[in-house]
Design a protein around this ligand. Structure first.
Ligand SMILES: C[S@@+](CC[C@H](N)C(=O)[O-])C[C@H]1O[C@@H](n2cnc3c(N)ncnc32)[C@H](O)[C@@H]1O
Length: 193
């Protein structure tokens, strides 16, 4: 029988999960989101991948697990104590570059293009959205989660989510799908060749 459970975890994931719980990291991505990211990261050879919001590296581990040997991942977070966990457990992977800085500033200064962007922080999602989308290759995928109502949403956040979805839906250079998977995932693909 078909089941949507996720049982095989990426390398380093269990250690990151333990460290996250120990330090009280309250914003982990879900297993189902990670499993999807792994597959998307494996969709292209030599992919250039960007994660905005490393946290402790849970989704980073999933992305690395999906990527081939020629792919690279830049992951940005402005909280060194969170990112230090990812550095300790995943830092020996030469495909990964961890950047500790404000992601909004980083996005505005960035000139690189990416085949897959997982935007998991305020910048790149609710701010600096143009800069994030401009960093997509034609055919590149922009992925966001937490689009379905979550218990930790601050008051009024539904309006932010609705405005973001409307903005993305109105962009002529994107095609997108909204999925009731995990915490609610939106995948937008940049049109063009
Ligand atoms: C939802 S968590 C990321 C979770 C992570 N991707 C995972 O899979 O568990 C959001 C992260 O964004 C980071 N963050 C918040 N504001 C930021 C900013 N302005 N620049 C960079 N990172 C930021 C936080 O430190 C936090 O680690």
């Amino acid at each position: 029988m078909f089941k949507d459970d996720v049982t095989i975890l990426p390398s380093g994931f269990a250690d990151i999960q333990s460290a996250s719980q120990e330090m009280g990291f309250t914003m982990p991505s879900e297993l189902q989101a990670g499993a999807l990211l792994q597959v998307l990261a494996g969709a292209k050879r030599n992919a250039r991948v960007l994660e905005i919001g490393t946290g402790t590296g849970l989704a980073t581990a999933w992305l690395l697990a999906g990527m081939d040997a020629g792919s690279t991942l830049i992951s940005v977070d402005n909280e060194p104590t969170y990112q230090a966990v990812a550095e300790r457990i995943l830092g020996s992977d030469a495909r990964l570059q961890l950047v500790c800085t404000d992601a909004g500033n980083w996005l505005e200064a960035n000139e690189l293009l990416f085949d897959l962007i997982f935007a998991d922080a305020w910048p790149g999602k609710y701010a600096n959205l143009d800069a994030a989308l401009n960093a997509l290759t034609p055919g590149g995928m922009y992925v966001i989660d937490d689009m379905l109502p979550q218990p930790n949403w601050p008051a009024g956040h539904t309006d932010n989510v609705d405005a973001l979805v409307t903005d993305l839906e109105n962009r002529k250079d994107l095609q997108l799908v909204k999925m009731a998977w995990s915490t609610g995932i939106l995948i937008a693909v940049k049109k063009g060749t």
